[in-house]
Design a protein around this ligand. Structure first.
Ligand code: MBD
Ligand code: FE
Length: 254
């Protein structure tokens, strides 16, 4: 960002905020409450969550919106350095809560040709909606993996169907949502990040058809191309399991 852009963007940002203060004749008690609120966002460590819930989807649309309907926001819970698994990852351990999910995925280029050797990162919440390496009580690196596509651009994953994610009500982000009357849920989702030479970085999420929050994601990060049907499929023990198939089409680097 050069100085001229900083000047322009910051000036417009401040003008936009002042415009709201004028329009709503914001009072001193309201101003002090808002200041204390912003301080509490910092003290709670929720700035990454707050920023990604309210603003990342807009930036994502600016950067990638016209290139592919298959990308969306990264969110606050990615961690680099997850365990590497080759082309197949078994992330579900015996006794894990949650319905088993088998993912068959393929990575292709803009012309539908398979991309071999693409690097894939996957991460998602556990059956109680918590992310490893952030929330207490979840084993380190649980439901986080790095994979590499095979010669046909494929990779597979055995995991669980995560539940919808509720932003913690006790924190400032959740309190703001409740105070405004919005719910604090994101639809259930799998996060993926795919890197392949000669292609734009590709960050996305998959959502499940029928999810109660599919049309009202608090982070506004659902796109129709990212909603998949879960196919019911009995698991090896005869219990209920699900499967999904998906093809990721990367975009050539400019
Ligand atoms: C999440 O799990 C998430 O993916 C985003 C974008 C925001 C909050 C929680
Ligand atoms: Fe998430």
């Amino acid at each position: 960002m050069n100085d001229e852009r900083t000047t322009t963007v910051v000036r417009d940002l401040m003008d936009a905020v002042r415009g709201v203060l004028v329009k709503h004749e914001v009072t001193y008690p309201e101003y002090r409450a808002a200041k204390d609120y912003l301080i509490s966002v910092g003290e709670s460590g929720e700035w990454p969550l707050f920023a990604d819930v309210f603003f990342e989807a807009t930036v994502e649309a600016n950067e990638y919106g016209d290139l592919s309907g298959q990308t969306t926001i990264e969110g606050p819970f990615f961690v680099a350095g997850a365990p590497a698994h080759g082309t197949s990852a078994q992330l579900r351990d015996a006794g894990d809560d949650g319905d088993p999910l088998h993912v068959e995925a393929r990575v292709v280029d803009g012309s539908g040709r398979p991309l071999a050797g693409a690097e894939v990162e996957v991460w998602h919440a556990d059956a109680s909606g918590r992310y490893s390496n952030f929330h207490p009580g979840v084993a380190e690196w649980k439901y986080r993996a790095r994979l590499t596509t095979d010669d046909d651009g494929r990779f597979t994953l055995d995991t669980i169907v995560p539940p919808p994610y509720e932003i913690p009500k006790e924190g400032p982000t959740g309190r703001l949502l409740l105070a405004t009357g919005w719910h604090a849920f994101r639809p259930a989702h799998l996060h993926l990040m795919i890197r392949a030479e000669g292609h734009l970085p590709f960050t996305t999420q998959l959502y499940f058809a029928g999810d109660p929050y599919i049309d009202s994601d608090v982070a506004d990060a659902v796109k129709p191309e990212l909603i998949v049907e879960l196919e019911k499929r009995p698991d090896a023990q005869g219990g209920t399991g699900f499967a999904l198939d998906y093809e990721f089409a990367l975009v050539d680097a400019r």
